[in-house]
Design a protein around this ligand. Structure first.
Ligand code: ADE
Length: 420
């Protein structure tokens, strides 16, 4: 059968298949769900368009949706995050249509989103809300009308969708996977923490010990990144705009100060804020020679690259994902064109954490099939029972048993009469 696709090279499939299977060996929860889906087919006949990072972990999610009876297609959620061998294997070995090529330009990226929309989905899975945004902007009279609901993976996407809900622009219910405890506590913190360091080291091969390392933003991703950079011996400074998060960073043992003030000392600056122009012209002006600047937030607008381009007299590529700009005689190093460093220069979060995130995606889609007719055009959190069931299965897969409340303890916790 000819599977629709736009990928780099089908010949990469054998390498991709081995890597997909390698990841699957660490995704026990998702595998359990896949086995149940094989038997119960809860997604039977549903057309699902997915806009996710095309990685080995995502491939196992696609296999799970297909096992559940869904007719799935996948496009990239970022121009630089696609693993071309994985895209090839999904098409050649798993017969799943994929539209994604690492390094694709903006037009190709949007062309791929359109290909996913032309699948005429009943449901969506999104990472950053580009697919849902485009459906609402350009397809409101056509394909949008068929959709019963969607899931959203990441903080940035959830923020966009909540603003659509507020403006009453959202036309179908969304499950915000990011809001599950089994997602953000682990994926955002330990996943981003490790994979961002991984991307930094693969791109540059620098030694972290002794470096002045600045983390912009102390949400779950920033917390993980700061913790891991500290663990490798860097002197970590956090910048924040939220007073409570700033105190938290101080009490977690980090120096907290304004970005402009730390720039003259900073060796590495990484943004994980979800906002634009966090590293702006004034920060670049204040930077020292040789500073490395990168982003691990969803979009490539956290660093003002336009300003950097216009301030610089010279630009050259030093190695893969490493560009050197010369600004007033100083070298400013930008990694991965300011795109998600962890997915551009490395492989994104390890399978062990994506296991829980994608268990939420799979069970979120199943929940939508069962409940969307009762849901409103709003952003929902996955029910707590599902979140806890994912945690239970994860612990089970790790061979870890935990204590249970006794009857006496349950009564105690429900009683307001017992005291000293
Ligand atoms: N987001 C972060 N890491 C990822 C991965 N490995 N696969 C898919 N999405 C991701």
């Amino acid at each position: 059968m000819m599977i629709k696709c736009d990928i780099k090279d089908k010949g990469l499939a054998p390498k991709g298949k081995l890597r997909i299977e390698w990841a699957d060996n660490q995704m026990h929860v998702l595998r359990k769900i896949r086995e149940r889906f094989e038997n119960e087919k809860p997604l039977m006949g549903k057309r699902i368009s997915c806009c996710l990072h095309v990685t080995t972990e995502t491939a196992n999610l696609m296999r799970t949706l297909k096992a559940g009876g869904a007719d799935v297609v996948l496009c990239a959620s970022n121009p630089l995050s696609t693993q071309d061998d994985v895209a090839a294997s999904l098409v050649a070995d798993y017969e799943i249509p994929v539209f994604a090529i690492k390094g694709e330009d903006r037009d190709t990226y949007y062309g791929h989103l359109i290909s996913a929309i032309e699948h005429k989905p009943d449901m969506t899975q999104d990472d950053g809300a580009d697919l849902v945004g485009l459906l609402h902007q350009d397809y409101s009279d056509t394909y949008l009308k068929n959709i019963i609901g969607g899931t959203e993976e990441t903080t940035t996407g959830v923020i966009r969708l909540k603003s659509m809900e507020k403006e009453k622009a959202l036309k179908f219910p969304i499950i915000a996977v990011n809001e599950s405890q089994t997602k953000h506590f682990f994926d955002n913190r330990y996943g981003t923490g490790q994979s961002t360091i991984d991307g930094l080291l693969r791109a540059t091969n620098i030694l972290l010990a002794g470096k002045n390392f600045v983390v912009c933003g102390y949400g779950w991703c920033g917390k993980g990144l700061a913790m891991r950079a500290k663990g490798m011996g860097a002197n970590v400074t956090v910048t924040e705009v939220d007073h409570i998060k700033a105190i938290e960073a101080v009490m977690d043992g980090f120096r907290v100060m304004k970005l402009e003030k730390i720039m003259p000392e900073a060796d590495v600056v990484i943004t994980v804020t979800g906002d634009i122009n966090v590293v702006d012209e004034k920060h670049i002006k204040a930077a020292k020679d040789g500073v490395i600047i990168a982003n691990s937030g969803h979009f490539n607008d956290e660093i003002n690259i336009g300003a950097l381009e216009s301030m610089s007299d010279k630009k050259r590529t030093i190695r893969d994902f490493v560009e050197e700009y010369t600004v007033d005689g100083k070298r400013i190093i930008l990694l991965a064109e300011g795109r998600l460093l962890n997915l551009s220069a490395a492989e994104g979060h390890p399978a062990v954490v994506m296991d829980m995130s994608f268990a939420n995606q799979a069970l979120g889609s199943e929940y939508l099939v069962q409940n969307s007719s009762k849901m409103q055009q709003k952003v929902y959190v996955i029910p707590e029972e599902i979140d806890y069931e994912i945690a239970r299965l994860k612990l089970d897969s790790m061979g870890i048993g935990i204590d249970e409340l006794t009857e006496e303890q349950k009564i105690y916790l429900n009683s307001w009469k017992m005291g000293t």
